[in-house]
Design a protein around this ligand. Sequence first.
Ligand SMILES: *[C@@H]1O[C@H](CO)[C@@H](O)[C@H](O)[C@H]1NC(C)=O
Ligand SMILES: *[C@@H]1O[C@H](CO)[C@@H](O)[C@H](O)[C@H]1NC(C)=O
Ligand SMILES: *[C@@H]1O[C@H](CO)[C@@H](O)[C@H](O)[C@H]1NC(C)=O
Ligand SMILES: *[C@@H]1O[C@H](CO)[C@@H](O)[C@H](O)[C@H]1NC(C)=O
Ligand SMILES: *[C@@H]1O[C@H](CO)[C@@H](O)[C@H](O)[C@H]1NC(C)=O
Ligand SMILES: *[C@@H]1O[C@H](CO)[C@@H](O)[C@H](O)[C@H]1NC(C)=O
Ligand SMILES: *[C@@H]1O[C@H](CO)[C@@H](O)[C@H](O)[C@H]1NC(C)=O
Length: 395
Amino acid sequence: MNLPILILSFLLLSTTTYAHNITRILAQHPEFSTFNHYLTTTHLAAEINRRRTITVCAVDNAAMNDLLSKHFSLYTIKNILSLHIFADYFGSKKLHQITKGSTTTSSLFQATGEAAGTSGYVNITDMKGGKVGFSPVDSDSDQPMATYVKSVEELPYNISVIQISHILSSPEAEAPTAAPTDLNLTSLMAKQGCKAFSDLITAQGADETFTQSVEGGLTIFCPSDDTLKSFMPRYKNLTADGKTSLLLYHGVPVYNSLGMLRSSNGLMNTLATEGANKFDFTVQNEGEDVKIETKVVTATIKGTLVDEDPLAVYKIDKVLLPRELFKVAPPAPGTKSANSRAQGEADAPGPAGDEVPADENSSNDSVRLVGWWRDFVAELQFGLGSIGLRFLIFF
Ligand SMILES: *[C@@H]1O[C@H](CO)[C@@H](O)[C@H](O)[C@H]1NC(C)=O
Ligand SMILES: *[C@@H]1O[C@H](CO)[C@@H](O)[C@H](O)[C@H]1NC(C)=O
Ligand SMILES: *[C@@H]1O[C@H](CO)[C@@H](O)[C@H](O)[C@H]1NC(C)=O
Ligand SMILES: *[C@@H]1O[C@H](CO)[C@@H](O)[C@H](O)[C@H]1NC(C)=O
Ligand SMILES: *[C@@H]1O[C@H](CO)[C@@H](O)[C@H](O)[C@H]1NC(C)=O
Ligand SMILES: *[C@@H]1O[C@H](CO)[C@@H](O)[C@H](O)[C@H]1NC(C)=O
Ligand SMILES: *[C@@H]1O[C@H](CO)[C@@H](O)[C@H](O)[C@H]1NC(C)=O
């Protein structure tokens, strides 16, 4: 089999990762329509769909009314609902056979990093008379205990949807969360490993553009401090306009959760996009990895700083270099395997080192044949493809 066919087959495999669709499952049961609606608006549905072993504790519309009557913000509702999603499979049978009568499981609230300490864990107790009770580990004891009502759908061991009697909640989940529009973007990035990028935004006076974009939806890809350090000599070489464009190039004027990025490949405009200057890039998924491909460089998402609709900030491992400012690496005629070099490169934390050296004059794109570079990218994609494949087979 030749390489293109192999790559194609990996692409096909990686687009069939959706084994279940919680929205569709719940749509068959009108009594859960409010719960289903909020799974969608909080983007928890995408998170549920992309996980392979999961339990969803749904509540009916009456129980949702109790929650909605408290007038929480959407961010707080998201935290509370994430307590209802367990990162483990609990079918009806398993729930009624809990060894020693009680077990503790972790919810998505725990996984989001919003929760501190033990909050985000839920006790499941096999009670007298065959009843099963659910209570968040740090819940108020005066709350009515939520109990198992019935199984809604079981696809062992991918997803189990069960109905429980009441909303699960905890003081931690109900704690007020700052609306993303009130967050100080630059200090938020500075505190979480993107200080250098945040300082450049402030120095260049671009913070206002970023801040004003939050309300309408904003996704920022911020290069880590290490990455940016080695890029600084080339940054300093840019004109003032070039610097501003480069910084704005790291913002997309649409909110994208990680789940959304993982489930969609394609072209994205940026805050730097203006008229003929496209300043766009491509999002490309490889297994669990999300990659950002400009024509010059490919970066990978390495972490989430914040993900609260309408704002998401992710840390990336390369500075995004737009073709409008930097020379493009053109396709090269097949130089044979750059395997050993590729492996060395892949292990090295090589920031900004693997794209074509650029100068500011990029009016001519048809330059420089860097054969090994293209091979390196092909090999890397190939390698990640097979990792994704193995993941599919063994999980
Ligand atoms: C899930 O199902 C809903 C309703 O049928 C549909 O709108 C949505 O696109 C589906 N999501 C995925 C990821 O297939
Ligand atoms: C949860 O389970 C642990 C261990 O069984 C127990 O110590 C704790 O009191 C339980 N918490 C609640 C709220 O039921
Ligand atoms: C679980 O998901 C896998 C793919 O991830 C699929 O092959 C399998 O049929 C699913 N199981 C059920 C019961 O739907
Ligand atoms: C964000 O925080 C920085 C440093 O704490 C401060 O200088 C800046 O004025 C703040 N920005 C906004 C929009 O409040
Ligand atoms: C900066 O630009 C000059 C002139 O175009 C070039 O000679 C030099 O290599 C550039 N420096 C870096 C670090 O890109
Ligand atoms: C960039 O290249 C074009 C065409 O090759 C040339 O006309 C122009 O003077 C160059 N600009 C700079 C700043 O070198
Ligand atoms: C771009 O580079 C190619 C190959 O080096 C050359 O033939 C062409 O004239 C150049 N175009 C411009 C506008 O400089």
